[in-house]
Design a protein. Sequence first.
Length: 197
Amino acid sequence: MERLRSQETGIFKKKPADFMQIFKDVQSKVSDVVLGKEKPVEESNPEYEKLKHYIFELENHLAEAQKHAYRLVKRHREMGQSLSDFGKAAKLLGACEGEILGKAFSDLGNKSEALSVKLQKEAHQLLMNFEEPLKDYVRAVQSIKATITERANAFRHQCDLAETMKLKEINLDKLMLTRSDKVGEAEHEYKGVESRE
């Protein structure tokens, strides 16, 4: 009983300013929770936000350009294949016709097949020089977006650690004023959080 009284009077031996600071810290934390004040989720640097917005828009535009490039290459291939089929059909028709008309159909078939080969080569060039680099750009932008996400997660983690450290510090101050027997344990927790930061 005597020991309990000495602990009760120990609280009041501390400076009133320290005691009031504990109440202010607790009040601030409680009001933040009640008012729903959120800690920042991401950094709010205007230049960084501008860059992030640019990257997200760039990804959309590159994806759209890649889609159109794919369609263009596909259309060139289909047109080349159609011309090749038309050339074969014209040659067969030329073989069935007489001398002058047969020669004209054969020439038409040869020209169509030659044009088909050119379109196939052009489709391959478009694929290698236009569509494939666009795919690489899209992958690079997606990598940048992943880095932005990792950075946001790291910032959130840092904010959480800072908040935890602040709460441990408040708890340590409170225990120093009220229960000096648990101060060592609280200091150990505080230093553990501080080392993670």
